[in-house]
Design a protein. Sequence first.
Lengths: 237, 116
Amino acid sequence: METPRTRTLVLDVPRWPGHRAGQHVDVRLTAEDGYRAQRSYSIASAPEDPRVALTVDRLDDGEVSPYLIDVLRKGDRLELRGPIGGYFVWDAALGGPLLLVAGGSGIVPLMAMLRHRAAVIETADARRHVPARLLYSSRRWDDMIYRDAIARLADEDATLEVALTFTREPPQGWTGFRRRIDRMMLAEVAWPPSERPHVFVCGPTALVETAATALVELGHDPALVRTERFGPTGGSA
Amino acid sequence: MNGDKTQASEQDSADDHVGQALRLDGNFAAGILSEVFIPDMTTTRGMCASCGAIRPLGALPVYGRDMGVVMRCPTCDAVILRVTRTPRQLWLDLTGSRVLLMADPTPPLIARADGS
C-alpha cells in the first residue's frame, strides 16, 4: 500500500514489449456473467524495470479499483491492453529541463519519468544537463503517494528539486505551500519560459486545466505543455 | 491516467462534466482507437475539417464515457472524431477530421544479403 487508499500492483507480463515513461495500460475485468469493465491505469515503473507496476487509487463507488486493491491476490491473472499512448511520454533523449506538475494520483506517470531519468542518466554531471523539478499537490500528508520514494530520489540527486503543496492537512510544522496549485506557485517553481522546459501536467481535470492555462499565460509554449486529465476522481487537491 | 475515471462521484465539480461525459485528454481514447489503427493515435496529427487546425490527437479534449469518446477541436470546438462501442460493433465517425497524419507504424528492417 502506498497510502490508505492506493496500492501498487507489481505485474509479471509475459511478452511485455516494453513501455515508455508516461504510458498507460487498459485493465479489463470480466465478471462470471460476462459483464465487462475496463479502466486505464498509468504505469508507475521505469521502462528499465522488467516488471510492470501500476499504482491504483481506490474509488469506493468504482467498479474496478476496489477489486484491484482489496481482492486481487498474488498469482491472480489480469487482462491488460498496452502499453498505450505516445503523446504523454518523456524519454531521456528528449532532454530537459523537465517540469512535472501532479495532483493526487496524477503523480503515477510522472514517477515513471523520474525513475526513468534516474535509471538512464547515471552521473550527477549528466543529470545537470537534464534538471528536473516536481510540483506535487496532495490533500493531506497521509494521502501523498510515493512519499518515501520521492524523498529518496531527491536525496540522491541534487538536480531533482521537489516542491510539495498540501490543500487540507499538511504535516506538522509544515512551512511550504498549503493551497491549490495556482499561477503564482507555478511562477515560483517553474523555470522561466526561455529555458523551454518540457512540461507534463497530470491530475484531476480542474487542477490540470488551471495549471496548463497558467503555464501558457506565463509564456510557456503550449506545444511543450502536455496534459493528462484523470477526470474528477483522481483524489487530490 | 488512473482508473475508474468514468465513474462519477459526489466530489466531482461541474467543470469536469458535460452531461454524463467526463472531460479528458486524447490519451484516454488511445486504447479504443488501438482496436482500429495500428500506429499510435496520440501522436497522430489530425486536421480539423471545420477550421483546419492541426494537432496531435493526444492534445485534443476528449469527452468520454464507458461506451466511447468524442474528440473535439480545441480551436473551434467542432467534433473531430467519435468512436463508440455497441454490443455488436465498433462505430467510428471521422467526418470531422479532414486528414490524419500517422507515423509509419513499422519501420522496415534492414537486411543485408549474405551470399546465396
